[in-house]
Design a protein around this ligand. Structure first.
Ligand SMILES: CC(C)(COP(=O)(O)OP(=O)(O)OC[C@H]1O[C@@H](n2cnc3c(N)ncnc32)[C@H](O)[C@@H]1OP(=O)(O)O)[C@@H](O)C(=O)NCCC(=O)NCCS
Length: 149
C-alpha cells in the first residue's frame, strides 16, 4: 500500500455501503442508483453462491468493491467468477485491487472451488495488465450475445 493509504479493511458489503458501491459502479461503467444497489444486496442476502466485499480506507470510507459468484454449468465443475471489481479512480495503483481480488480468491477457496476467472471487456487494457500481474492468464476471447425480452 502507498503511504497515502495507511490503513485499509476489507470486509463484507453492507446495506449502508450502497451509496459508495453505486458511485463506484458508475466508474466501472454500470451506472446504478443507491436504491438499486440496496435491492441487489438484499436479493443476494443468504445466497451462499455469491459474496460482495468492500475496501474501506481510513478517513475515506468505501474505496473499492468486488463481487464474486460461484458459477456452475452442465459442462464443467463449479468455479468462481469475479463478477465485478472496481477501485476508486483517485487511488488506483495503491494495492487495493490486489487486496480485493485476494479476498475473493479466499472466499472461493473456502467454498472448495479450485479455479477462479472473469470476463473483461477487450477495451479494459489496464485491467488486463492487472489480472496478468496477479497470475491470471487469458484462456479465450468471446463474443457476448444478448436479446431483450
Ligand atoms: C483494475 C483495478 C481494479 C485494479 O485495481 P488497483 O488498485 O489499481 O490495482 P493494484 O494497485 O492492487 O495493482 C496490483 C498489481 O497490478 C499492477 N497493475 C495495476 N494496474 C496496472 C496496469 N495498468 N498496468 C500494469 N500493471 C498494473 C500493479 O502495479 C500491482 O503490481 P504489484 O502488486 O506487483 O506492485 C482498477 O484499476 C480499476 O478499478 N479499474 C477500472 C475498473 C475495471 O477495469 N475493473 C475491472 C473490470 S474486469
Amino acid at each position: 500500500l502507498t503511504r497515502a493509504i495507511t490503513s485499509v479493511e476489507v470486509r463484507a458489503a453492507r446495506k449502508d455501503d450502497a451509496e459508495a458501491i453505486a458511485r463506484l459502479a458508475g466508474e466501472l461503467g454500470y451506472p446504478s442508483t443507491t436504491a438499486q444497489v440496496v435491492e441487489r444486496l438484499k436479493a443476494n442476502e443468504g445466497n451462499p453462491r455469491q459474496a460482495a466485499f468492500v475496501a474501506v480506507a481510513q478517513g475515506r470510507g468505501v474505496v473499492g468493491w468486488i463481487h464474486v459468484s460461484q458459477v456452475s454449468t452442465l459442462g464443467s465443475d463449479p468455479r468462481a467468477e469475479i463478477t465485478g471489481l472496481v477501485v476508486d479512480s483517485e487511488i488506483r495503483g495503491a494495492g487495493l485491487g490486489r487486496l480485493l481480488v485476494e479476498r475473493g480468491e479466499t472466499w472461493a477457496r473456502e467454498r472448495g472451488l479450485t479455479s477462479i476467472g472473469l470476463h473483461s471487456n477487450t477495451i479494459r487494457e489496464q485491467a488486463h495488465e492487472f489480472y496478468l500481474r496477479l497470475g491470471y492468464a487469458v484462456t479465450k476471447s468471446q463474443k457476448v450475445f444478448r436479446k431483450t425480452l
